[in-house]
Write a protein that binds this ligand. Sequence first.
Ligand code: TXA
Ligand code: MG
Length: 338
Amino acid sequence: MQTKLIRADEPTALADAARCLAGGGLVVFPTETVYGLGANALDEAAVRSIFAAKGRPSDNPLIVHIHDVRQLDGLVSAIPPMAQRLMDALWPGPLTLVLPRSGAVPDVVTAGLATVAVRMPSHPVAQALLRLANIPVAAPSANTSTRPSPTTAQHVADDLWGKVDYIVDGGACDVGLESTVVDVTGERPVILRPGGVPKEALEAACGMAVGTDPGLTKPDAVPKSPGMKYKHYAPRCEMAVVTGAHIQEGVTALLEENTGKRIGVLTAGPHQYANAAYTVDGGGTPEAYAHALFAALRDMEAHGVELIVAELPFGEDGLAPAVRNRIRKSAGGNVIET
Ligand code: TXA
Ligand code: MG
C-alpha cells in the first residue's frame, strides 16, 4: 500500500483523508492524547484492516471516535445519568466512556463485548476530520502492537509506513499518553485505564466517588479492559524504573552495575548522571513527564541506548497514576523500589 504523509493545513488534505476514511481506507490522525489509526467503525472490513496493520490481537476492542453527541444514537443503547454528566463536563477531551452498545456496532469493534467505548477528541484536526468524514471512526493508538504509542507523525511513519493510506501530520500531541477509559455501565464510574483525565476531575464532574478496576493493580485479578493484560508500550531495549525515596542513589547504583552498557536515563528534572550515555529530561511534573515519556523511549532507541533507566518520583495527583501505569508496562514490571 502507498502511504501519503500530509500536513493538516495543506489545502485539500483533510477532505482527501476524510473521503478515504468514509470509503473504507485507513487514516492516521493526531489527537490531543496520541495519534490514532482510524477506520469507519461501521465498516467491518475496514476495521479488520486496523488489526492487520497493527498486528493487534482481535480480542482487544477499539475506541469509537465521534465529533457530535448525536452520533451516540447509532452506537449505544442507553446513556446513564453519570455518563451524561461526564460528557457534559469533559467532552471533547481525553476521556473514553464504556457504554452499553447498540446492535449497529460490528462485533469486530467491540471484540464481541456487550459494551462499546466512545470518545470525542478535542484536537482541532481530529475534530475537523471526523466532521468531514461524518462517520464514527474506530481508532486505536497508531503504533505497531506492543510498541510505545506515537506522539508525532514520524513515530507513526516508523511503525506503519506502507500499511496505511494516509498519515495526517498535526505536530506533537499535547497530553502524550492515552485517554482515561471509564466504565459507566455499573452503579458508579470505574476507571479501567488511567489516562489524560485525572480521577479528581472525573469525581468533580459527576459528583460521586469514582472507583478503579482492581485488575489494574492486583496481580491475581484480571483487568476488565482487555487491552490492559497485554505487553505494551515497550522499547526494543532493556528498561528499568526507579521509584521510592532515594531515586537518584538507585539510578547511580544501576549505572555502576551496568558500566559496559550504553545507558539512557529519563530524569524527572534537569539533573545529569556522570555515567549516562544519553539523558532526556522528562520534567518535574507528571504532566510534563507524560508529554515526554513515549517520545523519550523512541528517542533513546534511536540513540542506540541498550538500557533505559527511568526515574519515577510522582505521587497520586493529576496524571501521576497514568504515568505510573504506562511506565511500569514499558519496563515489563521491572520496577526498583528505593
Ligand atoms: O487516547 C486514546 O484513547 C487513543 C486515541 C487514538 O484516541 N486510543 C487508544 O486506543 O488508546 P487503544 O486501542 O490503544 O486502547 C483502547 C483501550 C484498550 O485497552 C481496550 O481494551 C479498551 O480501551 N477498550 C476498548 N473498548 C472497550 C470496552 N468495550 N470495554 C472495556 N475496554 C475497552
Ligand atoms: Mg494502544
